[in-house]
Design a protein around this ligand. Structure first.
Ligand code: C2E
Ligand code: CA
Ligand code: CA
Length: 511
């Protein structure tokens, strides 16, 4: 069955949607994991920076306390106070050296005792901290000098860079951690650099002390996000891929479900799979071929030749019947047009139409184009409209039928006797033929009531001066009966089955 769930849509779009359904959760999940990794790394650098800041402040508290104790001694003779200086160095864990200053002159130090060295307050950030790359005693060892001054008096205490770089190394084991004091900064290897702090590429966090003039910066090197995801999230990646596969499969199934018959028929229409078959209509008396009814077949690539009653209802419902009939008429014109010169009297070509053809005047254009393909006067185009779903008279339908008649197109009421068209209706639409439904023909010689209806229809058509065609003639008995009762045209398996164009033209030349 061509319109079952087995129907396929073109490979490309189906695969694309399936892929999209599968990839979307994976991509979204990946993006969420990336953001989550970024958040975790930022939290980590924030707490690292916070911890380092606290450690540096503790060390500086120790150094500053020492300077506070020494400050009142500044101005006293170095000999009198140098022991006090050395005591600070010994007692305080983070104080490496201590000195006293008077009038910006360092005159006494814990190491040398008497000294003479100019002190420039401008070297100290906010007048209190100087990160130096060593001094004459230890040239390449970083040193942080704390300066406290009051009037002419001053005290300097120093913190060994070894302690500072230790903190950077131990606290920032997984992160990059730097200490900045004014224009200089210290890296984990204990080296002092001059200039602005380098930018730390991933999750950089900077914290500035509220007590002392320094800043710490923590961050990660380039690509840390990916490294973190690769080491922490492999189980989540598996889960994402699982979701992707499930969602792709759901997308695939849903598409199959929503893939309606209409879509399948649109595809078939584009691929010209709806083709005309031709069944001969013969003269009642001579039995010569007087015309044909064009019957649609679906040449389905998988299902083979499909009968119209299996797909016409879908086509009518979706409105596709209009372009399908147009295609059928074009193919019929291409097939029969070239041989129309040889028709000796007007050949009847019956095309089935439905109510949806009557909503506008497009049909007139289609019929005009159809007739142009034939030798002038060589055919009668007959539009067959089934009595089961008769159209309602309206301004547009009356206009349509008027224009069709003006073109010389004829109208037949198909399956006559099964519906309830009135005489008024037959007149209104200027009907030319009645096609007696095959159920009445089949009852000839079997059912008296059906035969009675048949006789009445024949009588009615004579009275109304309408041509009459009997469908479904299968036996000689039926043929004889209908001919005896003056039925002008006969159609049925007795005279020929519906057949492809080439076969029909071939058979036609023999009649
Ligand atoms: P229909 O218009 O009444 O067409 C006559 C149907 O009777 C055809 O069936 C034909 O093959 C069949 N038939 C002809 N002679 C005999 C016979 O001696 N005995 C029996 N038992 N059947 C016979 P088909 O081709 O299967 O078409 C079925 C219906 O599908 C048509 O009934 C028509 O209503 C619809 N149809 C076919 N082609 C088209 C089309 O192009 N457009 C529209 N709208 N409907 C179409
Ligand atoms: Ca018909
Ligand atoms: Ca019929």
């Amino acid at each position: 069955m061509p319109l079952s769930a087995k129907s396929r849509r073109p490979f490309g779009s189906h695969t694309f949607v399936t892929l999209l359904c599968g990839l979307l959760p994976v991509i979204l999940g990946f993006a969420i994991l990336y953001m989550q990794a970024e958040r975790v790394l930022r939290q980590s650098t924030q707490s690292t920076a916070d911890e380092a800041l606290r450690q540096f402040e503790l060390m500086l508290d120790n150094t500053a306390q020492s300077a506070r104790e020494l400050l009142p001694l500044a101005g006293q003779a170095c000999n009198d106070v140098k022991l006090a200086l050395r005591e600070q160095v010994t007692r305080r864990p983070f104080v490496r050296s201590a000195s006293l200053v008077l009038d910006d002159n360092l005159y006494c130090s814990s190491l040398f005792g008497d000294a003479q060295e100019k002190v420039n307050a401008g070297d100290y950030t906010q007048g209190s901290l100087w990160l130096m790359n060593g001094n004459p005693v230890t040239p390449d060892t970083a040193l942080l000098v704390y300066r406290l001054s009051k009037g002419k008096q001053g005290a300097l205490t120093t913190l060994d860079g070894y302690h500072l770089s230790n903190v950077l190394r131990l606290i920032g084991r997984k992160t990059l951690l730097l200490l900045q004091v004014g224009p200089n900064w210290l890296s984990t290897d204990g080296k002092v650099h001059v200039g602005a702090l380098p930018v730390l590429p991933v999750a950089e966090s900077k914290l500035t002390s509220s007590h002392y003039a320094f800043t710490v910066a923590a961050g990660f090197p380039e690509g840390e996000n990916w490294r973190y995801m690769a080491s922490e999230y492999p189980p989540l990646f598996s889960l994402l891929i699982f979701f992707g596969v499930v969602s792709g499969a759901i997308g695939h199934v849903l598409q199959k479900r929503t893939w309606s018959p209409t879509h399948e028929m649109q595809r078939a229409l584009k691929a010209q799979e709806f083709v005309p078959y031709f069944q001969p209509v013969v003269h009642g008396d001579t039995k010569k071929w007087s015309g044909t009814e064009v019957l649609m077949r679906w040449k389905h690539p998988k299902e083979g030749m499909v009968r119209p009653d299996l797909f016409i209802p879908f086509a009518e419902h979706s409105g596709l019947i209009v372009p399908m009939t147009r295609s059928l008429m074009q193919q019929t014109a291409q097939c029969l047009g070239p041989v129309s010169q040889s028709f000796d009297s007007p050949f009847h070509i019956g095309i089935n139409i439905t109510a949806s053809h009557c909503n506008d005047l497009e049909l007139v254009k289609d019929c005009r184009a159809f007739l142009r393909a034939f030798a002038p006067g060589s055919i009668h185009l007959v539009l067959e409209l089934t009595e089961r779903e008769l159209i309602k008279p309206s301004e547009i339908t009356l206009e349509l039928f008027e224009q069709l008649h003006a073109l010389g197109v004829m109208i037949a009421i198909d399956d006559f006797g099964t519906g309830h068209s009135s005489l008024v209706y037959l007149r209104q639409f200027n009907v030319d033929f009645l096609k007696i439904d095959q159920s009445f023909v089949a009852m000839i010689g079997i059912d008296a009531l059906s035969r009675h209806i048949l006789d009445t229809i024949i009588e009615l058509s004579v009275k109304l001066d309408l041509g009459i065609v009997a469908e479904g003639v299968e036996t000689e008995e039926q043929s004889d009966y209908l001919t005896a009762h003056g039925v002008n045209f006969l159609q049925g398996y007795l005279f020929g089955q519906p057949m492809p164009g080439a076969e029909f033209i071939n058979a036609l030349t023999h009649h």
